[in-house]
Structures are given as C-alpha cells and as structure tokens.
Write a protein that binds this ligand. Structure first.
Ligand code: FAD
Length: 380
C-alpha cells in the first residue's frame, strides 16, 4: 500500500484548505492537500464574490480584518490577479424598514472600535453619490476598504502558490477514513493511498460531518444553495458591491459589477443543497423573486437580460458560525468547515489562523464562538 508522510494533511481544497496550505508552508511545515474533485470547485468557486466585512457579527471582525489585510496584498502574495477590486461595500435599508437605520448606526459605532470604519449616508447623500439606487432606499452604510473578487480564481491561486513553496496537492482524491494510530493520523483515500501526519486539518465544507463523525464530533450541519445570476455586459460604472440590510430573507438582494461589464446578482431565497450528489438546483421562482427585489434596489438593472444562473453547495450551522478549531477528542486534529454562506471573505484569514494554530499551538484570534464541541457538550 502506497504511504505518503508529511507534517500536516489537509482534507478539502476550497478556500480554507488551499489558503491554509500556503500559510503552513510559509511557516516551514510540510503539507499534503487532498481534494475529492478539483481545487475550488464547490462553494469557494461558485460564490458571489463579496469580500465584505460589514454586517458580520462584531466578534468575527478580528478574523475578517486579518483576512482583509491578506486580500489587499493578494496579487503579490499569490502572484496572480484574482480580480480583487477594493471598490467598497454599501449596505442600504428601505423606507418601510426605517428601524434598520438605528441598527446600522449602532453597528458603525461598535465596528469602529474593532477597526472597521463605516460612513453613514442619509437619503439625499446616498442618491447623489449612487444615483443608480431606487427611491425606496432610505439610508446606507459604506465601507471603503471592502470589495469583491473572482471566486473562480482564488482557491486555485492559493493552491498554486502553496505548490510553488513545496506543498503536495492531489486532486480527484476522496478521503474515506481518518484514524489516529499511535502519534500519527492515517488518512485513507478511496484509491487506497494512506497519507500519514501528526496533524490533520479537515476543511471539507458542506461535507464536514463525513470525517468529523468518525471522531463522534458531528455538527448539526445542513446544506443550501444560494441563488446567483449574471447579466449581459453593460458599460462598467458601479464600483462598490451593494446589498440590502433587512430582516426579510427574500429582500436580501445584492449585486456587484465586474470590469468586463456583467452584473452579478445574489440573494433572496436559498434552495436546499444535495451534498450526496454534490448538486444544488436553481429554482426559477427564486430567480424571479431575486429580479423583483433587484428592481427595488437598483431599478435600471431590471432592464438587463440574465445570461446564466447558478448555485453551489454550502454547509450551514444553526448559529451561522463555522466549526473552527481543535478537535476535543484527538490531539493534532483540527476543523474549519460550515461557513454558513459567508466564508469567502474570511477564507484567507481562516487559512492563516489555522496555520498559526497548527504550527505554534496558539492563535491571536478568539476561536471560542466557533468551538467544534459547542453543539455536542457530551464530547467537549
Ligand atoms: C452560491 C454561494 C454564494 C456565496 N457568496 C458568498 C459571498 O459573496 N461572500 C462570502 O464571504 N461567502 C460567500 N459564500 C460562502 C463561501 O463561498 C463559503 O463559505 C466558502 O467558500 C467555504 O469554503 P470551504 O473551503 O469551507 O468549502 P468548499 O469550497 O466547499 O470546499 C470544501 C472542499 O472539500 C472537498 N471535500 C469534501 N469531502 C471531501 C473528502 N472526503 N475528501 C476530499 N475532499 C473533500 C470538496 O470537494 C470541496 O472542494 C457563498 C456560498 C455559495 C455556495
């Protein structure tokens, strides 16, 4: 039986696994990254591309700030243009949800203490500066240092950068068993190869439970597919990524324009995911509801033709926070999965944090809100 040894085996090559691989190599550890399909094929490559800090829970901002610093130097770090545009992120609320204004104001005050500067805009200011927004928009909060990037490029770019530093990357390699044997883990692929390492990081997204449950650390993970669409290209004129702040799921529409001119639209109702078949399906009624909502937010966009719709499989936890940190039962085993629809922006920060934790035994990021055993107290 073929055996391959390294300091760390990472299972799952989305943005979490591929960025962790790079940061572990930068810390001098040998790394094997194993991906069932292709690097970045699932949530990390199919997402909307929002690189947004505002709107995240305040306790997540240190992680989001860490990620933001990496996004801003992504081009030189990865030696690839991942189409990161620091065009700002605009969060708006509607006239009939005026109670949201107060929430935006108090969020802006608290976020400032944590290093996120937000500019609050009244209705006249917002319509002057962003004339494409509809008359229902009442107020907004603008984050100048947020932006958006092309998800299809990001995880492969991290993996290539890790490979240049010596990481071993294997695609089309499904892991079926992780076992601790003495001091090391044995990680078995479907094809029969055994990868051994004293440390294993599980970054298998919506499929996190398949391996975590082998250690009785099953999380209440469910799977959904957010609804995405893209329009025909029109002259490039909208730099920020824009989204609605509301308590109504169907109103949560957002969009961004890319330099080629197409407008990418996301939000409104999600569809169920089918992790067993690695599929999500776009429901026509969700696309129609998204279009209705986009006409409220930016009426001009309602004139454009959609050229494609898609979705991707994402794992969600009941508190909308990931499982992230060391296993409670096996020393050397770590998890980072279940990013609940918001892992793209924090992805590089998660990779760097997990690399720091594995290499040094500690991290400056407070991982308590993401503790793997928080849903299974009998284990932790
Ligand atoms: C449509 C959509 C829109 C989104 N929009 C945004 C957004 O705008 N901003 C934002 O911040 N977040 C967004 N998200 C969320 C974000 O994309 C995810 O949280 C993030 O990409 C999760 O990364 P990951 O590496 O944990 O998971 P994934 O990218 O799913 O990677 C996990 C990998 O593990 C592999 N794997 C699974 N099981 C095994 C196994 N047994 N052996 C080997 N490999 C295995 C899978 O093949 C997969 O490639 C969106 C998600 C979706 C689906």
């Amino acid at each position: 039986m073929k055996q391959i040894a390294s300091d760390v085996v990472i299972v799952g090559g989305g943005i979490m696994g591929s960025s962790a691989a790079l940061f572990l190599r930068q810390r001098g550890l040998s790394v094997t990254l194993l991906e069932r399909d292709l690097i970045g094929q699932h949530a990390s490559g199919t997402n909307f591309g929002n690189v947004r800090r505002q709107g995240r829970p305040l306790y997540q901002l240190p992680l989001a700030n860490r990620a933001s610093a990496i996004w801003r130097r992504a081009k030189e770090l990865l030696d690839t243009d991942v189409e990161y545009i620091q065009g700002g992120h605009m969060r708006v609320c509607y006239r009939d949800r005026s109670e949201m204004v107060e929430r935006m104001e108090s969020y802006a005050r608290d976020a400032k203490e944590l290093g996120l500067e937000l500019e609050l805009l009244s209705a006249p200011a917002i319509h002057k500066r962003f004339p494409f927004l509809g008359p229902e928009v009442l107020a907004g909060s603008y984050s100048a240092l947020d932006g958006h990037a092309n998800p299809r490029l990001v995880s492969p770019a991290f993996a290539r950068a890790a490979q240049r530093l010596g990481a071993r990357i294997e695609e089309n390699t499904r892991i079926i068993l992780v076992e601790k044997v003495g001091e090391d883990f044995q990680v078995l692929s479907e094809a029969g190869t055994v990868y051994t390492a004293p440390n294993v990081l599980i970054t298998t997204g919506a499929w996190g439970n398949e391996l975590a449950s082998q250690f009785r650390e099953t999380a209440p993970l469910t799977s959904f597919g957010p609804n995405m669409s893209v329009t025909e290209p029109v002259p490039y004129c909208i730099k920020p990524s824009v989204g609605v702040f509301t308590t109504e799921e169907k109103e949560t529409v957002y969009f961004r324009q890319i330099e080629r001119g197409n407008v990418i639209i996301g939000g409104s109702t999600r569809a169920p995911g089918f992790p067993n078949t690695c599929r999500t399906h776009v429901r026509p009624q969700n696309t129609l509801s998204q279009l209705q909502q986009i006409r409220r937010l930016a009426p001009g966009l309602g004139q454009l033709r959609l050229i494609r719709v898609w979705s991707g499989t994402e794992g969600y936890l009941p508190d909308w926070q990931p499982i992230m940190g060391p296993s409670a039962v096996a020393a050397g085993l770590y998890y980072a999965f279940g990013f609940s629809g918001a892992g793209f922006q924090i992805g590089p920060g998660v990779g760097e944090t997990m690399a720091e934790l594995i290499a040094s035994g500690q991290t400056s990021i407070d991982l308590e809100p993401y503790r793997p055993s928080r849903f299974s107290p009998e284990v932790g």
